[in-house]
Design a protein around this ligand. Structure first.
Ligand code: MLT
Length: 411
């Protein structure tokens, strides 16, 4: 009989978001008329920017004409999109990143898991706790961890606690780790990292030959000019970092799918024979073999994000979600809850009231307020007792959800 990848059997329960969806589905089946408001998964609700839609419509028309029809595109993405990304997202911020170092893809989640294809299985790996569960689960699937303990922590991973006690900053480990996952603005806590904090990570990584996987999917929500949007704003990051970016949250592409990963040329890791191998070459090889690129139509839509109209429209979208986050913060603070994040990020991290556990608060909110959030413990043991509220929803729903929560849960 064929065998399975036993590493999958080490995974705890379901992936967090499907597990939430399962509980919500069971609730709505039993209560079909309940007016459920979902502030759980960070999925956008507002329509795609007009500039993107128009560009995609024009691209569909290109596909209807033999002269402009496109078959397979470059696996790395079309150069016009990579050029626009390099210029606007990096060079305009003083980052030394070239279009050839950008790999367009269908998602930052996919890339942050797929990147493990090009790394060995003997690396020591650090993640924050709480953490975006994809970083952990993909390492479990790849066989890079041991079993999970009762608190859900996997053997072989180094967990860096981030909490209110350390102001949600990830402390540099005092031991050597080879791969480090950092996400700023942070999912789930909504915390941000200063240039000095990222510089300390880059210095650590360079001193230890480590690679930082920097997830900047939420960088567009940074409104504080002093905060870095990219790890490549930090001196020395080209020698130690790979960055994941996405059009999902800034331009509403969660259902449209477009993202990119930046792998600087010259960034290396060690082969079994001790030689240094360029990661760009391996990632390029991986993508050429396992990926056929993002559709031409979607890439044209993504390119339009960088047009004058596109920039103005995404600014409006981001401001809209940030205003939602501000409403969540204000209302829950006024109700006496401890509230974090949600200023330069679309996520608000809340201490569950009355000492409730994360899942107890989830169930109570669902049953008494018909509001869905994300239990903090789903992001790691240190998230226990916390709860994440996403600002991605209509204004009407956010206002209504806050009204229901504050009526029932004033502390
Ligand atoms: C989340 O809610 O954490 C995100 O939506 C997940 C994702 O972007 O994959």
């Amino acid at each position: 009989m064929a065998t399975v990848n036993d590493n999958y059997l080490k995974l705890k329960a379901g992936y967090l978001f499907p597990e939430i969806a399962r509980r919500v589905a069971a609730f709505t089946e039993a209560n079909p008329d309940a007016p459920v408001i979902k502030l759980g998964i960070g999925d956008v609700t507002e329509p795609l920017p007009q500039a993107c839609r128009e560009a995609m419509i024009a691209a569909v028309n290109d596909m209807g004409d033999r002269g402009s029809f496109k078959g397979y595109g470059p696996e790395q993405g079309y150069l016009w999109l990579r050029d626009a990304i390099a210029k606007h997202d990096f060079q305009a911020r003083g980052c030394d990143i070239d279009a050839s170092e950008i790999f367009v893809s269908d998602g930052a989640k996919c890339d942050s898991g797929n990147i493990l294809d090009i790394f060995g299985h003997d690396n020591t790996i650090a993640v924050t706790d709480p953490v975006y569960p994809v970083y952990v689960d993909t390492n479990v699937m790849a066989g890079n961890t041991g079993e999970a303990d009762d608190s859900g922590k996997y053997g072989g991973l180094t967990y860096i606690p981030i909490s209110a006690e350390n102001n949600f900053t990830a402390a540099i480990p005092d031991t050597k780790v080879d791969l480090i996952y950092l996400c700023f603005p942070n999912n789930p806590t909504g915390a941000t990292a200063t240039k000095e904090q990222l510089q300390a990570w880059v210095d650590y990584a360079r001193a230890n030959g480590s690679i930082i996987f920097f997830d900047a999917a939420y960088e567009a929500f940074i409104t504080d000019d002093s905060l870095p949007h990219s790890i490549f704003e930090i001196e020395g990051a080209r020698d130690c970092a790979i960055e994941f970016r996405s059009f999902s949250k800034n331009a509403g592409f969660t259902g449209t799918r477009c993202a990119f990963t930046v792998v600087p040329k010259g960034l290396t890791a060690k082969a079994a024979d001790g030689s240094e191998v360029e990661l760009w070459k391996l990632w390029n090889r991986r993508q050429c073999t396992k990926f056929n690129g993002v559709s031409y139509i979607v890439q044209r839509g993504a390119e339009a994000v960088y047009s004058e109209a596109g920039q103005a429209q995404i600014k409006e979208l981001i401001a809209f979600y940030l205003e939602n986050a501000a409403i969540v913060r204000e209302q829950l603070t006024a109700a006496g809850m401890d509230v974090f994040g949600g200023v330069n990020a679309p996520y608000v991290w809340v201490k569950a009231p009355n000492g409730l556990s994360s899942w107890d608060f989830f169930d109570k909110l669902l049953h008494t307020c018909n509001v869905v959030g994300t239990p903090g413990s789903g992001f790691g043991a240190a998230g226990e007792g916390y709860f994440r509220i996403s600002a991605f929803n209509s204004r009407e729903n956010v206002v209504e959800a806050m009204k229901r929560i504050t009526e029932k849960f004033s502390v």
